[in-house]
Design a protein around this ligand. Sequence first.
Ligand code: NDP
Length: 480
Amino acid sequence: MQKILNYIDGNLLEPSTGQYLDNINPATAEVYSLCPNSDASDVELAYQAAAAAFPIWSEMPTAKRSKIMMRIAQLIEQNIDELALAESIDQGKPLWLAKNGEIPRAQENFHFFATAIEHFASEAHAMGAHALNYTLRTPIGVVACISPWNLPLYLFTWKIAPALAAGNCVVAKPSEITPMTAFLLSKICIEAGLPKGVLNIVHGLGPSVGSAMVAHPNISVISFTGGTKTGAEIARVAAPMFKKLSLELGGKNPNIIFADCDFEKTVKESVRASFTNQGEICLCGSRIYVERSIYEKFKTAFVSQVQQLVVGDPLLDETKVGAIASKMHFEKVLGYIELAKEEGGTILCGGNAVSPEGRCANGYFIAPTVVEGLGHLCRTNQEEIFGPLVTIQPFDTEAEVLEMANSTSYGLACTIWTENLNKAHRVAAQIKSGIVWINCWLLRDLRTPFGGMKQSGVGREGGWEALRFFTEMKNVCVKF
Ligand code: NDP
């Protein structure tokens, strides 16, 4: 059985506990590798290694730091087949999706921040001819990066790359549900010549490894992506220690469809926005609001396309919906399907677990599910489900759809479909979310600020925002 190892001080190490967790392939429900069940002593080792490496890394000329990161990007690209296969097996996503979306994006994350740091500058404020203020931005020290299981390498590198580019050393924890590509990344870092201790990856459970990172007295910066409840717990522990926090949390995103949309494109893209990666993307649109005059037509076309999505073996090209990432999450999503029925919803398609023929018969599969007939304030329409379940409901006026769209405690992303640009901008301005897509979904420019409002998070990732987050600011005022 393959053993995943921690990456500490440039070495691949067993956890100090000597204990391992079963790592399960969700498409077969079989244990296929072992993940270290590390604890606070491994986090301490990682911290010591990172602290020792900090002077070397932070003082290294930017161009040299950038070159090492570019080498990591190159090696991700060269190993795309191995990484994509590993991600698909570990997470359950279709192999083609890992190969065309997730792993290339991990490469881009390293490439983007390796180049961005060479153009990063700070401000100066002249006070007439009498004085000048200039702002210094310096690396902070040892930072913690904690990521979830839905887009494992994509989100892991989205944090690590800006932290490293800005000159910090990192202690990182991937989700114990999907640790494999982070392990492969540690081997890539060794091959790329990343100095020892600059990046340390400690595998294990959130309550033991993650919480030790958050509580560590000398790790003053935490970048976290995950659920809102976990984010609240991290904030509770970190606040009295005055740590700097970036929290990218849950979502319950509205997908607003006006009658004057480009109909064919909207149906097709709404299917993608609902069920890509089994609906396990924080940006998926899970509440579809359709203007009443096209409601029936849209519903029929949408459900018909959803029913054509092939659910099954993630390794097959024709599969559009793979396995749910874990048994626990599989049961959670099925529980929400029952709740939707109890709340009076009608299942238009899906609504059941699927057992594909062959090697995946015992895997965690759920048919893409569309529910109608629910009020916007019921639990199904308020709570994050994070799976292949969407609701659909009609609306009559702009004011009504805005009220429904803004009615949840989340505010991550929103999608608007209309050919009327005045309306699109008007609605976009009134939507309470950190990201609004007009006539597209998941179109990402890595320079843009990424993150949510309300309980979807605090702070923004991406572009200069990420480099600013991972640097300490100092104003120097000189009087002439
Ligand atoms: P969790 O919050 O359960 O876990 C996220 C990470 O935090 C995991 O590595 C987890 O470890 C770790 N963790 C758990 N408890 C603690 C703790 N007390 N202290 C420190 N770390 C801890 O989220 P999921 O992994 O279930 O991911 C799904 C969630 O992530 C959804 O809510 C989704 O919306 C959100 N998400 C948000 C995104 C955004 O950009 N806003 C993007 C993608 C996902 P372990 O897994 O080992 O328990």
